[in-house]
Design a protein around this ligand. Sequence first.
Ligand code: MN
Length: 329
Amino acid sequence: MNAAVPLPAQIRPPFTDEQPGGSPAEPASVLLPGHDVPLGRYTTVRRLLPHRRRRMVGAWCFVDHFGPDDVADRPGMRVPPHPHIGLQTVTWLVAGEILHRDSLGNSQSIRPGQLNVMTSGRGIAHSENSPPEHPPSMHGVQLWIALPESARHGAPDFRHHAEIPTARLGDLTVDVLVGSLAGARSPAVVHSPLLGTQLTGPEGAAGSLPLDPAYEHGVLAMSGTARVGDADLAPGSLLYLEAGRTELAVTAGPDCRLLLLGGEPFADPLVMWWNFVGRTHEDIVEAREDWAAGRRYGTVFDDPTPVLAAPPMPTTRLKARDRNGVTSG
Ligand code: MN
């Protein structure tokens, strides 16, 4: 499991100078702009994590928001077979359909309101594609969770959750993807204290979310706008909230759909490179060599598409970075 969680008062991220006018006693918050990244040949995603100044929120180490995209006359998502180590992937759709196939033999379509959780453990390969006949719009998120040391060498696993629990908070609807909130608990298995929820409500809907003060949090708008704490939120940025909060006031603007992520600050510095999450340069070299040699990951079921080749290793050693982006080793 993770090492001890620092007390909120001891958390002093390097960006406290950007705290927007709050009192020194108030846990810091900061709005982190995302950036666009091509994913496969046909999809561009908005990447919110990792950010230069904020690598993680709890064990959440990768946040990609895609769409809403008009894919009526386009292939949609095309991501050929590729490997992962050291992480879980969490896929959540608002619109569209994606077919997941993996090296455990799973072939599973995911549709809006459903949740896919893939655990790489020490190695898995998968592909993700819009089926040939797909809905005209695609909108969703793909998230990575870093596995703690105790789980990162374990067996791979894949779970599809056709339904996930929902709670009400004030006028807001809360879909609980990971962890628990407002009495609803997700069936998804994760390996560190973690929260992932979607919040929706009509314009003007308001609620106060009870937060675990041991957790840091991140909020992004998937659509519409919202007032979240002291910040106005719209798609394209992640609102990072330092640990130490016990509640968060949310008021929905038009078309509001938020994703709230949280977790205990992750202790281990990580090396993240391509589709791999490790602890050392050597972890990554070995994972890459095994993929090139056809070892470790197996073959993605029923997908004849040529696999993705890993890019060449950089000429310098990969360095581990902690959650604040500080390098070590
Ligand atoms: Mn993947």
